[in-house]
Ligand binder design. Sequence first.
Ligand SMILES: C[S@@+](CC[C@H](N)C(=O)[O-])C[C@H]1O[C@@H](n2cnc3c(N)ncnc32)[C@H](O)[C@@H]1O
Length: 220
Amino acid sequence: MRSDYKGVWKTLSQTISGAKLHVSGTEDEATIEESGLGTSQFLLKNVGVKASDVVLEIGCGIGRVGKHLASHCQRWIGADVSPNMLAFAAERLKDFHNVEFVELAGNDLRPIEDNSIDLVYCTVVFMHLESWDRFAYVEEAYRVLRPGGQLYVDNVNLCSDAGWATFITHCKFPPSQRPDHITVCSVPQELEEYLKRAGFKEIESHPGAELISVWGHKSD
Ligand SMILES: C[S@@+](CC[C@H](N)C(=O)[O-])C[C@H]1O[C@@H](n2cnc3c(N)ncnc32)[C@H](O)[C@@H]1O
């Protein structure tokens, strides 16, 4: 069942091979490094990360992105529903002394204190969540962010050619054979609306070749 996120993702990440494949579609380390660097550079350039920032990633997987962001911030917290993913991320980031790992229940950030984080980001995760749980994480991000802090989210964009191709491919699954983690795209307005409704200001959108990226600030 799709919304049994812990059961689904524990099963998908039983081995490092499975974890890598379900995080980035490949086991090739060079490709994983390159894509993690690319996402971190997008965040550094467009959203901004300061050396004094406490940064939280929702759905950190094997630490693909965290490995390239941890040296740019004061503290990096990797949070995930799967304890297996967290163990693989801890191994990947073992040389960093400013990282910690938090296991999540599936649609809240209960272990994280109010007003304690400068940047929350969630990349390549929303496609696996029900829409209600996407919004639940946006609301939770607002709670844990400090005034002026930022939230970044993305999803496969139904309105891009690549996103549409994914959608059409997935149309071919008969309903009873759809994998629990099948990608469900967003249109840009969906993500913008979640941020707006949760109270975020100065909302920006960036439509990439495949992903729609949206970010905004918690009011000061
Ligand atoms: C495609 S991977 C992306 C991992 C990482 N963000 C990256 O970009 O490399 C999706 C991740 O989201 C996690 N996940 C799935 N459902 C979740 C949920 N409800 N809450 C938190 N994490 C979840 C999975 O365990 C997995 O690590």
